[in-house]
Design a protein around this ligand. Structure first.
Ligand code: DAU
Length: 354
């Protein structure tokens, strides 16, 4: 196997490489990453000198560079993580999402097709996507693989578009594709613009914990290590042309997540839980905020015998501890762009404090 990973310096890609590069010594890995604000080579420190790993800085929006590097590496498997992924940023800068997620995926599909020619034997193009393509749920129901697409944000619309292209490249050109649509991931190396790392760092620093609206929105939380194992299973054992939903079976309201996180922070820093909770601040809601996401993961469980192994409370505690202990990594991401985002996005005063 020769595995080409795109976006390997991002959160899920880095966790995937950190898990499989040491585990699969006979497999050659190439990581293509544009190193935008959310990509951090420090996340891959433990494997950067491994003989079966190499890195190339490539932006998938550059079609020539993408075609050339794919052709040079001659992958058997492509795992496509590279994407702009933060919903709030997509509301402010939608064009970046169209370029990275739509044009980037198009260029990668074309590069794979050119490199593989008609010889698709033993080849896989695995596209990593999100449950947000299905839109939002009310109080009940679950997203299955046959739920119609109804994306609501520029981010999810761009991911939906990329899913459609990947599917069409199989239907039209016979490209051997697989797609996974996952729920909200959390764990080490996540850029602190997303709920759990942002709240963890703010709670540890004694800063406000900005909950959008009333905190009643619901997400289904999936530990990133479980997600990486699901991707590997689908890539190696899943059926070509199929889509698999990957969920954590851990639905929580945002307020429940923040309360659980406050308990972990209190435990780690020897403070009272009430003291940490007093940092919670309710701020104006996200425009078009999807109410609830929840995944029906019965297909991947039944067909590939995968289910999440991490419980939410244990995984969350482990994650908060990781952010507490990995100060070098945390400092390395809190540079100019991060601070600019935090100032521009959270500059507004809190509505009320609890
Ligand atoms: O469902 C999978 C998706 O989950 C991924 O495809 C996306 O890349 C990922 O960003 C995530 O989308 P969300 O919008 O659900 O994630 P985020 O961490 O931004 O927000 C989670 C929830 O927490 C959401 O209801 C908004 C809320 N929130 C978020 C932030 C950053 C707050 O209340 N306050 C905040 O400061």
């Amino acid at each position: 196997m020769r595995i080409l990973v795109t976006g390997g310096c991002g959160f899920i890609g880095a966790n995937f490489l950190n898990l499989y590069v040491p585990k699969l010594r006979d497999v050659q890995f190439l990581n293509l990453d544009a190193l935008t604000y959310a990509g951090n080579p420090l996340s891959l420190q433990s494997i950067s000198d491994a003989e079966n790993y190499e890195f190339r800085r490539v932006n998938l929006a550059d079609s020539d560079a993408t075609a050339q590097v794919v052709s040079e590496f001659q992958p058997t498997h492509i795992v496509h993580f590279a994407a702009e992924t933060h919903v709030d940023r997509s509301i402010k800068y939608p064009r970046d999402f169209l370029n990275a997620n739509i044009i980037g995926t198009f260029n990668l599909l074309e590069a794979a097709r050119q490199t593989w020619g008609e010889n698709y034997e033993g080849k896989v193009f695995h596209h990593v996507s999100t449950d947000e393509v299905f839109g939002e749920l009310g109080e009940t129901g679950l997203f299955s693989e046959t739920t119609p697409y109804a994306p609501n944000s520029p981010y999810s619309a761009s991911k939906a578009s990329s899913d459609h292209m990947v599917r069409a490249w199989q239907h039209t050109y016979g490209l051997p594709i697989k797609i996974t649509n996952c729920s909200n991931n959390y764990g080490p190396y996540q850029f602190p613009e997303k709920l759990i790392p942002l709240m963890s760092l703010n709670a540890l620093a004694g800063k406000p914990l900005p909950v959008y609206g009333t905190g009643a929105n619901i997400r289904d939380w999936l530990f990133v290590g479980d997600h990486c194992e699901a991707i590997f299973k689908v890539m190696t054992e899943g059926k070509v042309g199929e889509t698999y939903n990957v969920g954590g079976n851990s639905e929580r309201t945002n307020l429940q997540v923040v309360h659980a996180l406050c308990e972990s922070v209190a435990d780690i820093t020897n403070q009272s839980v009430d003291q940490v909770k007093s940092q919670i601040t309710f701020v104006p809601d996200r425009p078009g905020h999807d109410f609830r996401y929840a995944i029906d993961a019965s297909k991947i469980q039944k067909d590939l015998d995968w289910k999440p192994s991490q419980t939410f409370e244990k995984g969350l505690h482990q994650t908060v501890k990781w952010y507490h202990e990995n100060t070098d990594w945390v400092e390395s991401v809190k540079s100019g762009d991060y601070q600019t985002w935090i100032d521009s996005h959270y500059g507004q005063p809190g509505v009320s404090t609890k």
